[in-house]
Design a protein around this ligand. Structure first.
Ligand SMILES: [Fe+2]
Length: 154
């Protein structure tokens, strides 16, 4: 089955750790799509949507932590946008759970836009700033912990 969202380099923000989290979000969206197209039990759909909502909260918390560590000047605006995106996915989850609205292709396309717009539109704004202030593009446990370490203890 063709994926709803195909990962490609255009979606990369140039920071491996963030890209890995975005790929998890893309995979969850594709799983949701597959379940819906196959007509899987609605409970299963609801579980994947719940996982998507939970992982979104985790991912945004990571991005917001990085923004605070690096004193990103557009922190407030980006955080506000995160809150709106979180509300949207949680509202969707509630609707599916209450049976108020059958999840449809329309909803999936909304989520695809939700995800790609977030990555392409918003996240690429912080990338040059983080890299300029010392975040490493390659995955490394010390890439940003190192910055905290240097600021606090040295
Ligand atoms: Fe993101």
């Amino acid at each position: 089955m063709k994926n709803l969202v195909e990962w490609n380099d255009d979606l990369s923000v140039g920071i491996e750790e963030i890209d890995e989290q975005h790929k998890i979000l893309v995979n969850l969206l594709n799983r949701l799509h597959e379940n819906i197209v196959k007509g899987t039990d609605l409970n299963e759909v609801s579980l994947v949507l719940k996982e998507l909502a939970q992982y979104t909260v985790i991912h945004f918390a990571v991005e917001e932590s990085l923004m605070r560590i690096f004193d990103f000047p557009e922190y407030e605006a980006h955080k506000k946008h995160h809150e709106e995106l979180t509300v949207q996915v949680i509202e969707l989850q509630k609707k599916v759970d209450s049976g108020e609205k059958a999840i449809s292709m329309e909803v999936l396309h909304f989520l695809r836009h939700w995800l790609t717009y977030h990555i392409l539109g918003d996240d690429k704004k912080y990338t040059p700033f983080f890299l300029k202030h010392g975040l490493k593009s390659q995955w490394s446990q010390r890439s940003w912990m190192g910055k905290i370490w240097n600021n606090v203890f040295h």
